[in-house]
Every structure is written in C-alpha cells, then in structure tokens.
Design a protein around this ligand. Sequence first.
Ligand code: ADP
Length: 336
Amino acid sequence: MTPANLINALPDGALIIGPDGNVLAANEAAKEALGLDLKGLPVKSVLRHAAFHSGVAEVRETGSPVHIDLDMQSRPPRQFNAHIAPVDDVGTVLVVLRDLTREQRIERMRSDFVANASHEMRTPLAAIIGTIETLQGPAKNDAKAREKFFDTMLTQARRMKRLIDDLLTLSRIELNEHLRPNAKVDLVDVARQAKSNLVSLIAETNVEVNLTGTKSTIVAGDADELLQVTQNLLENAIKYGAAGGKVDVTCIAEAGFGSLAVKDYGRGIAENHIPRLTERFYRVSTQESRARGGTGLGLAIVKHIISRHRGKLDIASKLGEGSTFRISIPLYSRTT
Ligand code: ADP
C-alpha cells in the first residue's frame, strides 16, 4: 500500500506535499477541484492562496493540524475547507479539501428566502399599520375615508393571508417531496374542477376557457395537488394572458405520460425570464403581479408538486403570441 492508494480511497480531495514543497501525490477529487494534474508540481504554483501556504508553514512548525477556508476564483467560484495535517517530522503534510460550494449555496438560498419572505410580509403589514394610524388620527371623523381605508386594510390583510397560505403549502410539499403519490387521478376531471373553481375570475375577465381532451387521462398522483397545479396555471393564463381573450386547456395521454397543457394568447414572456419563473418570488413584473393579487409563489408550488409526481413542467412562450405551460406525469399503472 502506497500513500497514493490511501488518498485515492478518500471521498474528498486529498494531496500529500513533500518537505520540498512539491506535490507527492494527489487523488482524483483534488485534481478535479484544482483543475489539473498536480503530481510533481510545486504546491505554490497550483494553489495561489497566501493563507494556505502560511497554514502549511504553521503545521510544519508546530506539528499540529490547521483548518483554512479557501475561496477559489475558478469559474464558477468554489469554496473549500482545507484540513492540513503533518504526516512525519521531516515536513511532509497531508491536505484534505472539503468542497463547501453546495452547502454554502444552500445556506445562501435559505437566507435569501427568509429575507424575501420577510420583505413580502412587511409591505402589506406597513400598509395596514399606516392605514390604522390614519384612521386614529386625521381620518377619525371622516366616514367616507373610513370606508376606503377599511377596503385597503382588507386587501392588504388578504394579501398577507395568501402569502402565508402559499408558504405553508410550499413547505408541506417540500416535506413530502420524496414520497411519490400514486392514487388514480383523471387529468380531464382535474381540468374541469379547476375551471369551475375559477368561475368568478373567468366572468370578471371575460376570458373564454376551452377544455379539450375527452378521453380519460389517468395518471398516478394526488388529486388535490394536481388540482392546485392546474388552478395556478389556469389562473396565471387568465390573469396575464387576458388580452388574448381565450385559454385552451388540453389533456392527452401519450408515451406513458399524461399531459395537461394550458395555452394562452396573451402577450407572452421574454425568453430570458423563462428559466427563472419557478424560483420563489420571481416575477416578470412585481407591480403587475401584486396588482393581480399574486404572491410570486404559484409556479414554485407547481414545480415542487410536479417534481413530487416525478413529472415534468415545460414552458414555451413567444412575445406577442402567448404562452403554453405543460405538465406531464407518468400514467397510472398497477405497478406504479
Ligand atoms: P404570481 O403570484 O406573481 O402570479 P407565479 O409564480 O404564479 O406568481 O408566476 C410568476 C410570474 O410569471 C408572474 O408574476 C408573471 O410575471 C409570469 N407569468 C406566469 N404565467 C404567465 C402567463 N401565462 N403569461 C405571462 N406571464 C406569466
């Protein structure tokens, strides 16, 4: 057994540096992390990081291991934690590189999410507080203004409720994302139900909603969740595509999948926005979304539900022509 065999068995990046500062051995993970074959090269030329070299010097001097955080200016940038430990008393050291890039990205996403969610809550709350203050002060005896302010308070309180409901839905789905639902669900029934749940929005906007796909399209799923997905997509098509005057919902079964497509003829979505639409709180226009009662979470909910169903969401859109949001889910089979 050689030192090279030993470090090759490690899951993290590992290299051994000789007393002369040259790399004696490096495993595959270290080569991948540093982007080149390091063996025989002076470590100073492959890892240009002053804190790292001071760490190696300190380990040689004190004989005790040290940890150093390394930010690699690679593309994309990566973050590692280097554990540097002495191997013998002539200055050979072992370096283990733990890749923290993914953990740090998740941590950043979590804190961005908390900041975004707090900001979204704070806006309606500030409006409610402002209105109450006005009602207690300048508008105290103004009956007409009071009516208007109560309306504002109700709108803002409802917005907060929708936000909290959507956040709770998201966290519930995320908790169960690993469990694949497998009840028999007919997408045609789901589409009918979604349309009937949105009758008042349909009447208000005067959009014609056409359902096609008479043949039963039975997938393995959770009926309530698929209804939520369809309702979110249909509601968006009506809200943002109302200018097109009509929305088509089509269910078909093919190649082992049941699909439901919601197509509108509105103004469409520019290509650069499409990959980001399912991110939490991402909107093409925040102002428009809020004006239409949106929380910016509808498509994030759709994405998580579809992923739980081991399905796919495809978004196709052309500016000026409209958009099609299509979900595809494995058809129900006895073995599902
Ligand atoms: P919201 O609550 O804002 O509707 P969603 O997550 O459902 O949040 O949608 C995110 C954004 O995607 C919307 O704010 C809107 O800008 C855009 N969008 C969604 N569906 C459509 C559509 N059918 N046509 C045009 N834009 C859409």
